[in-house]
Design a protein around this ligand. Structure first.
Ligand code: GDP
Length: 530
């Protein structure tokens, strides 16, 4: 095996998906604790001090020192190098989250035992399903009264269409929570309720070990009945089924009490897929880029601004897809068809960022960006290829930007261009006037853009409602018909940041009518970057 193949095989790159409040932050913190990346749980917590801030972004802004550690966290565990990619926590539908999910090989789903499958989890699962991302499930908060475990599994199967295979099973719940039984190890892990105990946990081997019935009475008998039921249902763990995203192994525990997290992490690192091949377009068609290829490739899935309070910098997050990135190496931007100098790429450890010496497939490196890197950009050692599947979403909400001080037009345009490169908003410039229209998929995005225009670009702006219902990228193979379409609809056409033509429909009816009138024009809802 080559060094690259060997290193790649040890990477586990994943994100946590959950509904707000299920315990994602708490679990992240505990994973880092078990991974030895932080000494004292609490590092991650800080950023949520004001969870009701208009957005996580503004909360992040107030806590810049910490924000760097929350986008990507790398830690070693067992034989693996684990890369945990954070997704923004706010409830708004967020493009950032979706793009982050394109950069992982698997996901960890956290469910609150009292609440079961919630709305945002359902939405995120839809995204995971697009790429058949394998899911490991953690049912959290067993120290609180929750719903019967069998009900929860049933709900995951029905609502999310994932077959569940419990790996651990709870013994009691809430005030009666006594621990979990590990079905594969045939071992009980007993719960003491002492969150400071990380290493010494009492274990008892064997489902029928003597003394269990005396000690736990009805709780134990119930567990035995349930285990019997599960075994009759035949929900055995099959690695292939999990990797194909049809089955999810399920762990129970209490993140805040450090309970069940180690078993989760053991199972996760053992089963979660290493970096997979990635699909890319090439001048000759397309090809699958394998992680163990010699040459470096990767793509940018996220751009974050102002991570360093001293320098107004923007960092582009690149996922390595193949080969190896070495410090000092020049990488080739496929979009610009030229080299991009990356003097000091960053690797992300939980505690701080440090210069990266080498990065392998599955790793995330941070590139200082001075405006030459956009979301979705592919990089290589010279090969022309574009990774596919990094979506740009047709926005659902629109505002017209009104500048308070007309002399600031230049700063406004600069700010909006940079913010759209980051994917913070989409900018449309109508072809017949000088309006600027912003599009977003979640309403919080507008608040963030307005705040950042003021804070970073010193531009005061007002956003007002505009008669736009939806936007579609338009294209056609028939040049003459396309010209006719453009001439007849110039009042509703605009260019996006990349110069692509967009139809801004005033209503659903308007969109349908225009579609019918111009059958040779395609109205595209999601576009890939690049
Ligand atoms: P997030 O919004 O998903 O990141 O959730 P947090 O990690 O911030 O947790 C939400 C709330 O649930 C916080 O008050 C946590 O202290 C609490 N919490 C997290 N894990 C547990 C748990 O295992 N048991 C109990 N009782 N509370 C928990």
């Amino acid at each position: 095996m080559s060094v690259i193949a060997e290193r790649a095989a040890r990477r586990r790159t994943f994100a946590i998906i959950s509904h707000p409040d299920a315990g994602k932050t708490t679990l992240t913190e505990k994973l880092l604790l078990f991974g030895g990346a932080i000494q004292l749980a609490g590092t991650v917590k800080g950023r949520k001090a004001d969870r009701h801030a208009t957005s996580d972004w503004m909360a992040l802004e107030q806590q810049r020192g910490i924000s760097i550690t929350t986008s990507v966290m790398q830690f070693p565990y067992n034989d693996c190098i684990v890369n945990l990619l954070d997704t923004p926590g706010h409830e708004d539908f967020s493009e950032d989250t979706y793009r982050t999910l394109t950069a992982v090989d698997s996901a960890l789903m956290v469910i609150d035992a009292a609440k079961g499958v919630e709305a945002r989890t359902i939405k995120l699962m839809e995204v995971c399903r697009l790429r058949d991302t394998p899911i490991v499930t953690f049912v959290n908060k067993l120290d609180r009264e929750g719903r019967p475990p069998l009900d929860l599994l049933d709900e995951v199967e029905k609502v999310l269409g994932l077959q569940c295979t419990p790996i651990t099973w709870p013994l009691g719940m809430g005030r009666d929570f006594k621990g979990v039984y590990h079905l594969l190890e045939d071992r009980f892990y007993l719960y003491s309720g002492d969150k400071h105990r990380v290493s010494e946990i009492e274990t008892i081997d064997g489902l029928s070990a003597p003394g269990l019935e005396e000690r736990f009475g009805a709780l134990y008998r119930q567990l035995r009945d349930e285990i019997e039921l599960l075994q009759m249902a035949g929900a055995e763990f099959e690695l292939d089924e999990y990797r194909a995203a049809r089955l999810t192994p399920v762990f129970f525990g209490s993140a805040i009490n450090n309970f069940g997290v180690r078993e989760l992490l053991n199972g996760f690192t053992a089963w979660a897929p290493p970096p997979q091949f990635r699909h890319a377009r090439t001048p000759d068609g397309e090809r699958d880029v394998q992680p163990d290829e010699d040459k470096f490739t990767g793509f940018v899935f996220k751009i974050q601004a102002n991570m360093d309070p001293k320098h107004r910098d923007r960092v582009a997050f690149l996922r390595v897809c193949s080969g190896v990135y070495r410090k000092g190496m020049d990488i080739h931007s496929v979009r610009l068809d030229g080299p991009v100098r990356v003097s000091n790429a960053l690797v992300f450890m939980a505690a701080d960022r440090e210069a990266v010496e080498e990065a392998y497939p599955g790793d995330i490196i941070g590139l200082h960006n001075h405006g030459t890197i956009s979301i979705g950009d592919s990089f290589s050692e010279g090969e022309t290829l574009g990774f596919t599947g990094i979506p740009n979403f047709a926005p659902e909400l629109f505002r017209r930007v009104i500048l308070k001080d007309p002399l600031k037009a230049k700063q406004l345009n600069k700010g909006l261009d940079q913010l759209s490169e980051e994917g913070a908003t989409q900018v449309y410039r109508p072809i017949i006037n000088n309006d600027i229209i912003l599009g977003a998929v979640g309403v919080l995005q507008f608040d963030v853009v307005q705040y950042r225009l003021r804070d970073e670009y010193k531009v005061e702006s007002v956003f007002e409602p505009v008669q736009v219902h939806t936007a579609r990228w338009v294209e056609s193979d028939d040049e003459r018909k396309f010209r006719e379409f453009r001439d007849k609809n110039d009042a509703r056409l605009a260019h996006d940041h990349y110069g692509q033509l967009v139809y801004l429909a005033s209503s659903a009816v308007n969109l349908n009518m225009t579609r019918e009138r111009f059958p040779d024009v395609r109205f595209v809802e999601t576009r890939e970057h690049g």
